[in-house]
Design a protein around this ligand. Structure first.
Ligand code: ARG
Length: 467
């Protein structure tokens, strides 16, 4: 059957092949197939209630839609390039299967409100999957943080040794960053609860439909408030892109740390072989490619945020065809975020931490702040204490020894308030125990975070067994 374009009453002749190819979005929007079919079922019933479909027509359309769903699930739905987009592909197949009833399905509806609705339906499923993946990543992080709650390691600022921290505290820093990402994704999903269907092309449908009922049937919280706004609203695409880009940017920072940790200079971490690659040339190599790719994938994610905002900037209100370009980058980002989260979790679960190497890296200078605090306790103003320990650090560097190797005399020379007990501060557990304020790296600070983290995980919706 030679299916005509939807607008063939108005335009003469076929499309220029080059334009036909540019116009065709099937390669991208075929992903919306199931969501579109779900919407069609609900719309068909509304058409029946509005008197457009007889009971018989509705039955034949519903049966055909069921068949198309089966085809879609089995990967057997056949698209042809002339279909232009997923919506037209369904209309063509439906018309092939049930004739005039198929041709009536678009009554009172435009692809403008249709695509906005299907995109939200699709994204709802994706966001659920992604938040589930994030929750599993959080779970893995807490489990490792519990094991390493009291493992001391050097903490850096400016990549310079700064103060002693607990590895568990470090792992929880990743937990909290990702928990905010999860929050953002969930909020985006809840704002996606407004249904455009019923907005038609831009002015609202002429069909007698109960939009609240349609929304409920499709699982939306409510219908959109304004048809003009609804057909041009791509906020959800922007928000999802940002939330995922921020997630990948967070992951890229930990991946970068861990690339350094895996190198022989630090040797804090070992990746399982299953998450590493070798070199095709250098036989000795074990490269942390999994981490490098986690880091690298954030680049395109950032590009997507820029791209989706640029697409909307200055775009005339309501629907414009530019908006067809909202999907490709988004879908790529969804795929990439899924893949990265899976691998990141495997890294967290499967890596080995070398506590010995971490302990060996606890150089004396990490305790300099503790020395200054010692003086503060004796009543020395912090600025003076800072200066005294700074002089000590300079003397130690000059002598080529650690701070703990300087004789007591050098301490007394730096500040008469020092005494031999200052030398007891060069102990990681003592240093950690001094930082028990809420959110700090001390045992109590970490224990409180772990309890809070566990409570947060317990409050998250349980994943569906099939997910
Ligand atoms: N494929 C289009 C998109 O993704 C559907 C909407 C087309 N609307 C139109 N009036 N041409 O945006």
């Amino acid at each position: 059957m030679n299916f005509k374009k939807a607008w063939e009453g108005r335009l003469e002749g076929g499309l220029a092949p080059a334009f036909e190819a540019l116009n065709c979005s099937l390669g991208v929007d075929r992903r919306l197939l199931l969501a579109d079919l779900e919407q069609d079922r609900v719309w068909a019933r509304a058409l029946n209630r509005a008197g457009v479909y007889s009971a018989g027509e509705l039955a034949s359309v519903e049966a055909a839609l069921g068949r198309l769903e089966d085809e879609a699930r089995a990967g057997g739905f056949e698209f042809v390039e002339a279909d232009e987009d997923v919506h037209m592909a369904i209309e063509r197949r439906l018309t092939e299967l049930c004739g005039a009833a198929g041709e009536k399905l678009q009554t009172g509806r435009s692809r403008n409100d249709q695509v906005g609705t299907s995109l939200r339906l699709y994204l709802r499923g994706e966001l659920k999957q992604l938040t589930g993946l994030l929750a599993r990543t959080l779970e893995a992080l807490v489990t490792r943080a519990e094991e390493e709650a009291a493992t001391p390691m050097p903490g850096w600022t400016h990549l310079q040794p700064a103060q002693v921290i607990a590895l568990g505290h470090y792992l929880l820093s990743c937990f909290w960053a990702l928990s905010r990402d999860l929050e953002r994704l969930s909020e985006a999903a809840s704002r996606a609860g407004r249904m455009p269907l019923g907005s038609a092309a831009l002015a609202g449908t002429t069909l007698h439909v109960d939009r609240a009922r349609l929304a409920a049937e499709l699982g939306f919280a409510r219908p959109s408030e304004n048809s003009l706004d609804a057909v041009g609203d791509r906020d959800l695409v922007s928000e999802t892109s940002f939330a995922l880009a921020q997630t990948l940017v967070h992951l890229s920072r930990y991946a970068e740390d861990w690339v350094l940790w895996c190198g022989p200079a630090l040797g804090f971490m070992r990746l399982p072989d299953s998450l590493s690659t070798g070199s095709s040339l250098m036989p000795q190599k074990k490269n942390p490619d999994s981490l490098e790719l986690i880091r690298g994938k954030a680049a395109a994610a950032i590009g997507q945020v820029c791209s989706i905002l640029s697409l909307q900037k200055g775009l005339p209100t309501s629907y414009n065809k530019d908006l067809q370009e909202d999907k490709e980058g988004l879908f790529n980002l969804l795929d990439s975020a899924r893949a990265v989260l899976e691998v990141f979790r495997l890294v967290v679960q499967g890596c080995e931490f070398d506590r010995g190497r971490m302990r060996a890296a606890l150089t004396d200078d990490l305790y300099a702040t503790d020395l200054a605090d010692f003086l503060v306790k004796k009543g020395v103003p912090f600025r003076r204490a800072h200066e005294a320990v700074g002089r000590l650090a300079r003397a130690a560097a000059g002598a080529g020894v650690g701070l703990s190797r300087l004789p007591l005399a050098a301490y007394l020379e730096a500040s008469p308030e020092f005494d031999a007990r200052a030398l007891e501060l060069f102990d990681p557990q003592v240093s950690l125990a001094r930082r028990n304020a809420a959110g700090g790296t001390g045992a109590a600070g970490v224990a409180a975070q772990l309890a809070e983290a566990r409570a947060l995980l317990a409050s998250l919706p349980k994943p569906d067994p099939g997910d």
